[in-house]
Ligand binder design. Structure first.
Ligand SMILES: CC(=O)N[C@H](C=O)[C@@H](O)[C@H](O)[C@H](O)COP(=O)(O)O
Length: 226
């Protein structure tokens, strides 16, 4: 699939992130495949999934593009941190590899540009997960096929983010030619529609659709007595 073909398929549409954190009862490949099937049934346009085994299972079970990532740890660069992780995802059947494109050092000493070249060489596309406008501009210049706001609010330091970073979505959309994906804390259909109105090409939603543990905890906190 070319970048243009995938962009056409994702324009104005929803990508459903089917992930579960370590220790979560939902973290089981068959369960995540069922979530992906539900996303298909509900009208999702693509699936975002973590780890080669899950990517392979979902790619084999649903007829939608799969955006694969491989989370390794939870500090520093942990979303598809090395070229090795990226190529394992392509091998597993990811159409797109999502990878950290922040300006932090990668554990294998590689650059994001090298990861892009390796993934393109293996026949897949790249989604750059960024936290700032500058990182998005750099990633687009280095050949990323999509730029996503995934990491806004998840790198050390201010500003703290409590909702979707629609300001970053709008700034990226105005600054780069590659499709901008709104991702992170998009909690309602209204948030998703607003992200598109602010210039997003597509919207990724995870927790609000596929994370019953986190959603239950939100309700529990919401009714907690002081
Ligand atoms: C920061 C990070 O590691 N984000 C991860 C990236 O794949 C996932 O944990 C998120 O669930 C995903 O980005 C979707 O966001 P939300 O669950 O807020 O809709």
């Amino acid at each position: 699939m070319t970048a243009q073909e995938l962009a056409d398929a994702l324009r104005g549409r929803l990508i459903v992130s089917c992930q579960a954190p370590p220790g979560d009862p939902m973290r089981e490949t068959g369960t995540l495949v069922r979530l992906a099937r539900s996303a298909v049934a509900g009208g999702g346009a693509a699936i975002r999934a973590n780890e080669p085994e899950v990517v392979a299972a979902i790619a084999g079970a649903v007829d939608l593009p799969v955006v694969g990532l491989w989370k390794d740890g939870d500090v520093g660069v942990y979303i598809t941190p090395t070229v090795r992780h990226a190529l394992a995802l392509v091998e597993a059947g990811a159409d797109v590899v999502a990878a950290d494109a922040t300006d932090r050092p990668r554990p294998d000493g590689s650059t994001f540009a090298e990861l892009v070249a390796a993934v393109h060489g293996a026949g897949a596309l790249v989604m750059a997960d960024v936290s700032t406008l500058a990182e998005g501009i750099t990633a687009a210049g280095q050949g990323a096929d999509f730029v996503s706001t995934t990491l806004s609010g998840y790198v050390p330091g201010p500003p703290e983010q409590t909702g979707p970073d629609l300001g970053l979505v709008a700034a990226l959309a105005a600054a780069i030619d590659v499709p901008v994906v709104a991702e992170g804390r998009i909690n309602t259909p209204e948030d998703a529609a607003e992200a598109l109105a602010r210039g997003a090409h597509s919207v990724v939603v995870g927790t609000a659709i596929t994370a019953p543990t986190a959603l239950t905890a939100r309700f529990v906190a919401g009714i907690a007595r002081p």
